[in-house]
Design a protein around this ligand. Sequence first.
Ligand SMILES: Nc1ncnc2c1ncn2[C@@H]1O[C@H](COP(=O)(O)OP(=O)(O)O)[C@@H](O)[C@H]1O
Ligand SMILES: [Mg+2]
Length: 617
Amino acid sequence: MSVANHRLRLMPEKPAEPTDRSAVRSLMRLWPYVRPVRARWFAAAFVAVLASCLSLVIPLVLKWMVDGPVADRDPGGVWLGAFYLLLLGIVEAGLFGLRRWLVARPLAGVEASLRADLYRHLQRLPVAFHDRWPSGQLLSRGTTDLMLLRMFLAFPLTFLLVNTTTILVGFVILFAQEWSLGLVLLAPAVPLMILCSVFETKYSLVARKAQDQVGDLTTVVEESVLGIRIVKGFGRNRSQARAFRALAQRLRGTELVKARLLAGIWALITAIPELAIGAALVLGTVQVADGGLSAGTLVAFLSTALALRWPVESIGFLLAMSQESATAADRFFEVMDVAEEPSTAVGDRREPGGDGAGLVFDGVEFRYPDADAASAPVLSRIDLRIRPGETMALVGATGSGKTTLTALVPRLHEVTGGRILLDGEDVADMERSRLRELVSVAFEEPTLFSATVGENVLMGAEEAGEEELRRALSVAQADFVHDLPQGVDTQVGEQGLSLSGGQRQRLALARAVVGGPRFLVLDDPLSALDVHTEALVEAALRRVLEGTTALVVAHRPSTVMLADRVALLSGGRITAVGTHQELLHHNTEYAWLMSGAEGTGAEARAGVPTAEEVSTR
Ligand SMILES: Nc1ncnc2c1ncn2[C@@H]1O[C@H](COP(=O)(O)OP(=O)(O)O)[C@@H](O)[C@H]1O
Ligand SMILES: [Mg+2]
């Protein structure tokens, strides 16, 4: 059905149950990132506490004014009091400004380092992870969630501290003024705290839901933008728009629930203290009338209570923001907690094989990590040896596992059984960097990055220079780049010039051969070339292949001809190995695959007798 629904099924592991989740624990995990800026942060928090407590001095000045100059009818004293009040206000504003200046830059740094860590981690996660996680979820975590975390450190975290301190100090002042009135104000504290904790639990659930829905929405937007040609070409604008609207509606619903919860708690937090202040006012006035209390004290008491209104009222939405931030932290660490691919595989290491040189598949078995445990593995008992300097073509029906097999060599996936040897050395025991130096790959889907042509090609070998670049381009018959507006310095990829499929494939091929790798793994690298270009690339490839040991997935007889031998992959096994001519004459499935009719998986295999198993070892 819609893209949206498809994606929803792919939603990653569900978040931890809310019951065993603690907002504080989630947020505490941010400490390593905050540590470097802790001095500034605490300084800023201290300044804010100071500024906030200054506002509590104002009622004391008022008391002094009412009981002193006002009672004595001394205008000069009133002016002096007004001057003090003004001064206090200015200092308070200055301190809050200072706080902002103290934290703004360091916290932007914290956000940047969180983002850098996430990005680095994403690069190191196994391919299997990216197969499983929708990209929109990763995007929203890398942007919105991290922004929430920065804001949390700057605002709610500071002000929870500031407001709590202010409330405590304020109550000390209140009790010092008149303890009986203080008790009246304190009475609603307990029900308020209970209400806040109930609210917090509910709000955290909705907040998580909303953030996940933002991720889903991002995925749909991203896919529609990336797939705009398909969307337009198939007239899918409507259904995409429908999917988008459905998700947006759902998000809107969730946001409304959030708003409703917030409105409820806000109403209670505002109304209850208001009632308490009203009660205190009545009681206080009675006491002043009885002469038990000075008018100044009552004024000071009430203005302190009013000054405490904002710290108390803001607690509600500060808690809400903290909940959202805790959720953002959870979402961030959910990704960060996924194990990176090990540099070398763990597990039992076997003797370095005495299997000699070349590329050897030794009893290789593979099953995708998310596959049903009961299902048959995609590849089983693959035994194949490609001799040094030899080119082996890999032929098989669609879905037979060719791409999977080629991905195992550079360890984009880890074998689940058996081993792969490069010149006798198990790839599982190799440092990844060394493995990437030895083996070069080109895939069916040529991916170009937003960079120049030259940079895209040189991605294949870091130290390669101009000369190698030129040679690789010529080998891949990609000389067309010299006719581009800025030659090899032309920007391509998403932000640059659009290249045709065949042009992209030739650049991907140039990238694969630029470092002069010992082993070359090409997954059907010629599929998008027209017949003439293909012939040119093949002629050039022939020269490259002479110097390397290569495994080349091939569909057309002309590509197969480049290879010294051919291996036929069928039903997850290598069912035949031989020269093109041998297989053509002795293997019906092979003859059928090469007969020009492009097989479509199931039909291709149906009715074809299983060839007798051939192993070269
Ligand atoms: N990332 C994946 N997760 C699970 N199964 C996959 C994945 N990629 C491919 N497969 C399955 O593995 C089988 C082999 O796919 P593939 O290697 O792409 O075949 P080929 O390249 O020969 O057409 C197919 O049945 C396919 O559905
Ligand atoms: Mg394939």
